[in-house]
Design a binder for this molecule. Structure first.
Ligand SMILES: [Zn+2]
Length: 140
């Protein structure tokens, strides 16, 4: 397994994507929702990997919800940087799509970004898509 690491601007939150998948094959998305556009988001996920969001101190992560209220945007409480989105799930620790622009090895994710627009996607379709394409949250 390779671990791709990143951090927010102030370093309070670190992210670790653990995967055997070649990052050159991982789908890169610039989601067209108002939140992602405001943050210049570059998102990626790997259903075969595992993702961790690690706080330096409990409470460093702030969660923000909007729209369908079906996932939490993960932001640093101190520097405000958007790190990724987490969807809680009943039968697992949940799923996440992550901001690859914070990875030290961002350059290895070479796919040209798609620009999906999910605004009109029905909720059930949305949840099913995330379960299928987002990265499982690592158990502790
Ligand atoms: Zn920070």
């Amino acid at each position: 397994m390779t671990v791709y690491k990143g951090a927010c601007h102030c370093g309070a939150i670190t992210i670790e994507l653990e995967t055997d998948t070649d990052p050159a094959t991982i789908d890169v998305r610039e989601c067209q929702c108002s939140f992602c556009r405001a943050h210049g988001a570059e998102s990626a996920s790997d259903p075969a990997g595992r993702i961790r969001y690690i706080e330096r101190t409990p409470g460093d992560i702030t969660r923000y919800r909007f729209g369908s209220q079906s996932c939490d945007m993960i932001l640093c409480r101190h520097c405000g940087v958007y790190m990724g989105a987490i969807m809680d799930d009943e039968n697992s620790p949940g799923y996440s799509t992550t901001q690859i622009r914070h990875f030290e090895d961002r350059a290895l994710f070479t796919k040209t970004a798609r620009h999906p627009d999910y605004d009109d996607e029905p909720l059930e379709t949305r949840l099913a898509r995330r379960r299928k394409t987002w990265t499982p949250i690592a158990g502790t």
